[in-house]
Design a protein around this ligand. Structure first.
Ligand SMILES: [Fe+2]
Length: 320
């Protein structure tokens, strides 16, 4: 039994129309909507369901306000659901039917597992020409006017029961821990071979639990920057970025999400195998971000916030 990744993210929100506008700007395709909910897709068919927080069909919220209400994980085949039916039996909120099996995790986040509906797609990022390896020849690298996320890549929770959470995802769902902040955080991937983390669990000193962010994978670093500039032009607020994480090596840009907490574009994360040895890190600002732009870039001037917009055809024409 191997979890393949995130199938669906379900938000319970207090301002559906604003969230619909946000996810359209974010680069998602709206595939259905009515007065109480809207469904969006990434390029590979991962879905984001945005529903009115008062919708009685949503699982119980694990914190107040607009937030994540459920994470749906995918498996390859129905037989794998049978394995999970046995393993998850007895967990709080357990249910199983022909389509899915689900329960609440130890922190109270609803999880659901289904056979994947994600599509194989022919989408490739632009390779970088690095010293010793030139993979891009006679081919400029792209400039993106906006992002089109490929998939939902990972989710990050604040947890009040880190050890129980890590054991739940490892023992019952088969996740591996890629790296740790000892007693404070665990970066976990769904399978021994895969991207650095599909789930990151972080324990805060005050014991608060809740959503930290949901991250969307884009093709390459240029799409992180082009997507972020577009979101900035649309008037949404940067929390931090662009920047780069030392743990996972990924480039990131975080925005405030009207559907709850933060949302991230990222690209170029480490890919791990069973050979990988988990590392321990001491938490700190330089471990979270090797570097980052505080407040983001202005999507119109394409400079840091409050910088003078360029004028003239060449930088040398700027008035002194
Ligand atoms: Fe992230």
């Amino acid at each position: 039994m191997t979890i393949l990744g995130i199938e669906q993210i379900t938000y319970g929100v207090t301002d559906l129309e604003t969230c619909r506008r946000f996810f359209a700007d974010w680069g998602m395709k709206e595939v259905a909507h009515d007065e109480t909910r809207a469904r969006f897709e990434t390029l590979n068919g991962c879905t984001v369901l945005v529903a009115d927080a008062s919708d009685p069909s949503l699982p119980v919220a694990f914190e107040a306000g607009p937030t994540l209400r459920e994470v749906t994980w995918g498996v390859a085949a129905r037989e794998e659901l049978d394995v999970l039916r046995e393993r998850l039996k007895g967990q709080p909120g357990y249910y199983a039917n022909d389509e899915a099996v689900g329960c609440y995790d130890p922190a109270g986040m609803a999880i659901r597992v289904e056979v994947t509906r994600r599509r194989e797609i022919d989408v490739k990022g632009s390779p970088s020409n690095v010293w010793g390896q030139t993979l891009r020849v006679d081919q400029p690298s792209p400039i993106y006017e906006r992002a089109e996320p490929v998939e939902v890549g990972h989710v990050v929770f604040f947890t009040n029961c880190l050890a129980e959470q890590e054991a739940f995802y490892h023992d019952l769902l088969g996740f591996e821990t890629s790296d740790r902040y000892p007693n404070r955080g665990a970066f976990m991937r769904c399978a021994p071979h895969g991207g650095h983390h599909d789930l990151f669990l972080l324990a805060l000193p005050d014991g608060k639990k809740g959503l930290n962010h949901v991250a969307f994978t884009v093709r390459d670093i240029h799409e992180v920057f082009g997507g972020g500039l577009h979101i900035s032009r649309c008037g949404w607020t940067t929390q931090l970025g662009p920047g780069r994480h030392p743990v996972s090596s990924a480039y990131f840009w975080y925005f405030k999400n009207p559907a709850g907490a933060l949302i991230e574009y990222y690209a170029d994360e480490d890919v791990l195998t069973p050979e990988w040895q988990p590392r321990d890190f001491e938490p700190g600002p330089t471990v979270f971000a090797e570097w980052a732009v505080d407040g983001g870039l202005d999507g119109n001037t394409r400079r840091q916030k409050n910088a003078q917009a360029p004028e003239g055809k060449f930088m040398t024409e700027r008035k002194q």
